[in-house]
Design a protein around this ligand. Structure first.
Ligand code: PLP
Length: 494
């Protein structure tokens, strides 16, 4: 494809994207296809001869779009929001055009420098304490990862290495000795990562990847599913009694199931007793709410007091498309000490000068995408004010929805305190039982009449609420997001 071909094709793609967005409200959210549908439509070998772009693009509409779940549909309410806006898309276009896997500063200085600047912008917009800024005296800073899970496992490696180093140093074991290596290998087998039973599974997966153990700490509905200091202390003591060494704890701001928030303030009071325990805050979804003063006042100071690292996904609720997971650390040296390896082909005078950031040492892969551009574009296009308006609108939709559910208390009950834009509800058990009974009678009637096609047992009403698995009596999670097909989110959210 030459320049002229690209111009034509790109214009056609932009038109198609706009048309797709404007027709989204009328498209069913879920695809009506069977597993393996694409095998019947696409040849099993790549074409030998080049194909013209219009033919390829036509297949997007006829073969790909029918197999999509439309996350950007205003009717999509499952899982969590994964928003996209036009400024963000433009960032992706430039990023792809520049394709500069800027693992070192030298690879493309603008990529690194813009990332450092926009991460400070984001930290300030969320009113994170100054210790997370790149300019902080303690060595803080932010880096963009692809996902919350990736950010978490990266900090786990830093935490593990810090823990083992501190322990070996405290025992007076000299670097480079067999004795130290043996001791570290022994201790590594005793390390355990902790989180509440409400935390996202990424902590358990991170423990798998880092070769350490994992224990979850139970929470209770009476404490709003939040991890508290007494429960944590009990778990820590139990670990020690079992000969285990807790080195990592995930706290959550907005758990996946109900948006519960762990008790940062009470847990912060334990910090001095466990200085070697790395505390990470996973705020994958709800971190975006810190754009609002009301949440900043509630959480920001405690986040600084309790955590070594904090992470949230702009690609969930803050108008930047996947992927843009922002990780902030209080001391970047823990990451770089754990992850920096310097083969000769990566060495250069700028790195040696100590004046530049090489983000390869803050992450697992070497190469990296130029994600800062889309964050820069979104923050400039909407302004922090626009982002606030967007989040406020989502919260208002959530409140309205909660009020509607409360009004129908004859049918529904809310089963966890609504938080952020999330309402968790279920059909009242007596209503569910009656519906099941009625359904059974209908099914029996159909069976007696010889019709084997049983109707779907879910009520239309529940299905139209849109969650992923919403059989009667099961929990339904409704995340009141402003999905913004074809519109600028901050202006249109309602
Ligand atoms: N943490 C929480 C609280 C989540 O809700 C999720 C996903 O929904 C994740 C982590 C995982 O996010 P990612 O897909 O970015 O790894």
């Amino acid at each position: 494809m030459d320049q002229e071909g690209f111009r034509k094709a790109a214009h056609a793609v932009v038109e198609h994207i706009i048309e797709y967005n404007s027709t989204l409200p009328n498209r069913p959210v879920l695809p009506k296809i069977q597993p393996g549908y694409l095998r019947d439509l696409i040849p099993s070998n790549a074409p030998e001869q080049p194909e013209p772009w219009p033919l390829i693009q036509a297949d997007v509409e006829s073969q790909i779009i029918p197999g999509l779940t439309h996350w950007q549909s205003p009717n999509f309410m499952a899982f969590f929001p994964a928003l996209v806006t036009y400024p963000s898309l433009l960032g992706e276009m430039y990023s792809a055009a520049f394709t500069a896997p800027a693992f070192n500063w030298l690879c493309s200085p603008a990529c690194t420098e813009l990332e450092t600047i926009v991460m400070d912008w984001v930290a300030k917009a969320l009113a994170l304490p100054d210790c997370f800024l790149s300019t902080s005296s303690g060595g803080g800073g932010g880096v963009i990862h692809g996902s919350a899970s990736e950010a978490l496992v990266t900090t786990m490696v830093a935490a593990r290495e810090r823990y083992l180093r501190v322990r070996a140093d405290a025992e007076g074991l000299r670097n480079g000795t067999m004795e130290r290596d043996d001791r570290i290998a022994f201790l590594r087998g005793r390390l355990v990562a902790l989180s509440s039973d409400q935390a996202h599974s990424s902590t358990q997966k991170g423990a798998l990847i880092t070769g350490t153990r994992y224990r979850s700490i139970s929470t209770s509905l009476s404490e709003d599913l939040s991890l508290t200091a007494p429960r944590l202390e009990e778990a820590l003591q139990q670990c020690h009694a079992d000969g285990l060494e807790p080195y990592y704890l995930t706290l959550t701001l907005g758990t996946t199931s109900t948006c519960a928030v762990d008790d940062f303030a009470s847990i912060a009071t334990l910090r001095s007793q466990y200085p070697n325990l790395w505390i990470h805050i996973d705020a994958a979804y709800a971190g975006a709410a810190l754009i609002l003063q009301v949440y900043q006042a509630q959480y920001s100071q405690d986040i600084g007091r309790v955590s070594d690292s904090f992470n949230f996904n702009m690609h969930k609720w803050l108008l930047v498309n996947f992927d843009a997971s922002c990780l902030f650390v209080q001391n970047r040296n823990h990451l770089t000490r754990a992850l920096s390896i310097n083969p000769s082909y990566l060495q250069n005078s700028f790195t040696e000068s100590g004046l530049v950031t090489d983000y390869r040492d803050w992450q697992i892969p070497l190469g990296r995408r130029f994600r800062a551009l889309k964050i820069w574009f979104v923050m400039r296009s909407y302004g922090v004010e626009g982002l606030r308006t967007h989040v406020e609108n989502s919260l208002r939709v959530g409140e309205t929805f909660t009020a509607m559910v409360v009004e129908r208390r004859d049918l529904f009950e809310i089963i966890a305190t609504p938080r952020f834009a999330l309402t968790c509800l279920r059909l009242r058990p007596d209503v569910a039982a009656a519906a099941r009974m009625k359904q059974r009678q209908v099914n029996e009637k159909i069976y007696m009449s010889g019709d084997t096609e049983l109707p779907h047992p879910r009520s239309d009403r529940i299905a139209s609420l849109g969650a992923s698995d919403t059989g009667e009596g099961q929990m339904l999670k409704v995340d009141a997001q402003s999905n913004l097909p074809g519109h600028d989110g901050a202006e249109q959210a309602s």
